[in-house]
Design a binder for this molecule. Structure first.
Ligand code: SAM
Length: 281
């Protein structure tokens, strides 16, 4: 009998992926966690039945939540990741030698534990062996209340605005992020699909603009996310992602990135009209 995983993106549309077997299935106090082996996307993590990461396409999401900010900021030394329990975002941050400390604040310890066990290619830097990485199992909202003027960059690598992540899309949270950032800090947050989530984007970007002087959207192609057309919010206290971007510095990076590059950095901020209209002021 064939086994298929299906995620509905709206009432009548979804994605279905042929699965080989379930590697883990369990429930934490926050959510249902499943890790399944698929035939075409490798191992896949689901939270409350929604695709979080797959081995085959996670490089896209993790390149694009990390490198645009870390190549726009001239000298990021201290970075905070809220969410990100699979470890892929921390792995990409570690490729930037000037980063002295990356802090991961993930609310669900089970996600970290099972990512280390079943997704080692993503969790390679959150296994406790990297002195430049510090792990916290805590609500990101509570964590940043105690950390003011501390981070050069904050990456919000959260689930969708449901369950424990609801507060991570609200104005009060963005005010806390603003305070936790240094005077020239940058915040990135995954900002859903321009095709399916116009209403979420509209309120999210309104909330961001109420707090940050510079707010932009940039895009990436992520095949296992709803519609494949995904977005990130770039919220900055000082630096502009295009005019302050050091193209040569990004071109001279000492690591290979399969999705991000110095030209794509510029192109990602060019949006189709309907995506611009979702977040029009
Ligand atoms: N790339 C995925 C996406 O775009 O949906 C996100 C992956 S990562 C696994 C999302 C993580 O956010 C989950 O592990 C979840 O537990 C965590 N999370 C949700 N709300 C949180 C909160 N308030 N504080 C810290 N972590 C949170």
């Amino acid at each position: 009998m064939d086994l298929w995983y299906t995620e509905k993106h709206s009432n009548n549309v979804g994605i279905t992926i042929k699965a080989a077997k379930t590697l883990f299935s369990g429930k934490s106090k926050f959510q249902q966690l499943d890790i399944i082996e698929t035939l075409e996307f490798g191992r896949m993590m689901l939270l409350d039945g929604l695709v979080m990461v797959t081995e085959r396409d996670e490089f896209i999401y993790h390149d694009m939540i990390v490198h645009p900010a870390l190549f726009t900021h001239p000298n990021p030394k201290k970075v905070l990741v809220i969410g990100g329990g699979d470890g892929g975002t921390i792995r990409e941050i570690m490729k930037h030698p000037q980063v002295e400390l990356a802090v991961l604040c993930e609310i669900d310890g089970l996600v970290i534990e099972k990512s280390i066990e079943f997704l080692p290619s993503m969790a390679s830097e959150i296994d406790g062996n990297n002195p430049r990485v510090k792990l916290h199992v805590d609500d990101g909202i509570a964590y940043i209340r105690d950390h003011q003027n501390e981070f050069d960059i904050i990456l919000v690598d959260s689930t969708d605005p449901i369950g424990p992540a609801v507060g991570l899309f609200e104005e009060n949270f963005y005010r806390l992020v603003f305070s936790a950032l240094k005077a020239d800090g940058i915040m990135i947050a995954q900002s859903e699909s321009p095709f399916y989530h116009a209403e979420i984007q509209k309120s999210m970007y309104q909330n961001l603009r109420a707090v940050f002087p510079l707010v932009k959207m940039y895009q990436a192609f992520i095949p296992t996310y709803p519609s494949g057309f995904w977005s990130f919010a770039f919220a900055s206290k000082k630096y502009h992602p295009i005019t302050d971007f050091d193209h040569d510095r990004a071109a001279g990076r000492n690591f290979h990135s399969r999705y991000y590059n110095e030209d794509l950095h510029l192109g990602a901020f060019m949006l189709p009209t309907f995506a611009r209209e979702n977040i029009a002021e």
